[in-house]
Ligand binder design. Structure first.
Ligand code: K1U
Ligand code: ZN
Length: 169
């Protein structure tokens, strides 16, 4: 297993559209294992393959309190959604920045698991937020895209400055 580098906004590679997985094989299961290790190392509750510069429709997630309920979504599709809710969001690709984003309150998603078996889940709460946030990543979209241009620009300048300082150190 390996901890992989997480791309940081405004890296253009985060804007890449992920392609569907044609076969869930051992290479995908290795990717999934590496993504879980990376997500846990970075103290996140979700991770999309886009964030580690792999442009395949693969998401890992664990929103449980004890981090003992891993979920894998391959080629996810939203079948239904209802309601709206505003939640505070964070992102490993936008470190230390949080903002309120409006999303559907409940979503029903169909995807493949790590064995290639199809499943459908209806989610609400943090799971619903996280599914929508990670599915946005697969489309090259970030939560900052829901903010005003001014707020997005401020976050971008701050992260660019932090990256410059880190490169000098
Ligand atoms: O970078 C990511 O896509 C992971 C992201 C998932 C997410 C969590 C909550 C709302 C939206 C998206 C994170 O893991 S952010 C950091 C985090 O651990 C967290 C943030 C808010 C609530 C719970 C956990
Ligand atoms: Zn994110």
């Amino acid at each position: 297993m390996a901890i992989l580098n997480v791309l940081t906004f405004p890296d253009d590679r985060l804007r890449t559209q992920a392609k569907p997985v044609s076969q869930v094989d051992d290479s995908i299961r290795t990717l999934v294992a590496d993504m879980f290790e990376t997500m846990q190392a970075e103290k996140g509750v979700g991770l999309a393959a886009t964030q580690i510069n792999v442009h395949k429709q693969v998401i890992v997630m664990d929103v449980s309190d004890d981090q003992d309920t891993p979920l894998v979504f391959i080629n996810p599709k939203i079948d239904a959604q209802s309601g709206t809710k505003i939640n505070e969001e964070g992102c490993l690709s936008v470190p230390n920045n949080y903002a309120k984003v409006e999303r559907a309150e409940t979503v029903t998603v169909t995807a493949l698991d790590a064995q290639g078996e199809q499943f459908t889940v209806t989610a609400e709460g943090l799971l619903a937020v996280c599914i929508q946030h990670e599915m946005d990543h697969l489309q090259g979209k970030l939560f900052v895209d829901y903010l005003s241009p001014l707020k997005r620009q401020r976050i971008m300048k701050k992260l660019e400055k932090e990256a410059r300082l880190a490169a000098k150190a």
